[in-house]
Ligand binder design. Structure first.
Ligand code: COA
Length: 194
């Protein structure tokens, strides 16, 4: 049920779901592209990695579940609930994942999330991808504010946020449950004009 707004929404309905999900180029020969059925093994393998398991508590267990997630991702795009991209080298080899979630067209806000496969880390894959996604979301689609949060015990993610222009706004105390208990979470955001 749409909210009755005194102002027009920041982003008009149909701005995303009315068109196919775009392929976005990023620095370093990276392409952010929609997930394909053939990516299911690579996607599943990511959740065998201890670091990804440490920071992502929602995990697929078998390939059919991954394919259900991919289906849900396509629905998210059509229903303008989120966008989910594979980060691929030359558009083929999957290196990671990046997503925009919690889309709010009325206020023009969204949240970013990502992981990178172990073999591809430390080469700018996350920060180049986040920068490309951010430029598209702010400059082409018209979002005003993009947020991301990460555990205060995850300094690599903090660095990705800072390198991509997401300022640290504060610490949300005891805000998320991980396998080893509750963690404080850093809140970062980048707004148009930063
Ligand atoms: C966090 C993650 C996405 C980073 O991906 P990446 O492609 O290696 O990121 P980048 O290469 O763009 O940048 C990583 C930065 O973190 C730094 N870094 C890595 N490990 C670090 C650590 N333990 N402490 C501090 N900084 C660290 C790197 O030096 C680099 O910064 P620099 O370029 O200034 O040297 C990846 O490590 C990952 O997938 N981790 C597991 C899942 C995860 O943490 N997801 C995010 C949840 S919020």
């Amino acid at each position: 049920m749409p909210r009755a707004l005194s102002m027009p929404p920041v982003i008009a309905s149909g701005s995303l779901g009315g068109s196919p999900q775009p392929v976005l180029p990023a620095t370093g020969g990276l392409l952010l592209r929609p997930w394909e059925e053939a990516d299911a093994p690579a996607f599943l393998s990511a959740y065998q990695d201890d670091e990804i398991r440490r920071w992502h508590t929602r995990r697929p267990g078998v390939e059919p579940q991954v394919r259900k997630w991919f289906h849900a991702y396509r629905q998210d795009w059509k229903q303008e609930k989120g966008g989910h991209w594979a980060i691929a080298r030359d558009g083929v080899e999957v290196l990671g994942r990046i997503a925009l979630r919690e889309l709010d067209f009325d206020d023009g806000t969204a949240g970013a999330a990502y992981w990178v496969l172990p073999a591809a880390r430390g080469a700018g894959v996350a920060s180049h991808s986040l920068s490309a996604l951010t430029t598209w979301a702010l400059d082409e689609i018209g979002f005003h504010r993009l947020e991301l949060d990460h555990s205060t015990r995850n300094p690599a993610s903090c660095r990705v946020a800072i390198k991509s222009g997401y300022l640290l706004e504060g610490t949300k105390r005891s805000a998320a449950v991980h396998d080893d208990g509750r963690h404080d979470m850093h809140l970062h955001a980048r707004i148009r004009g930063d």
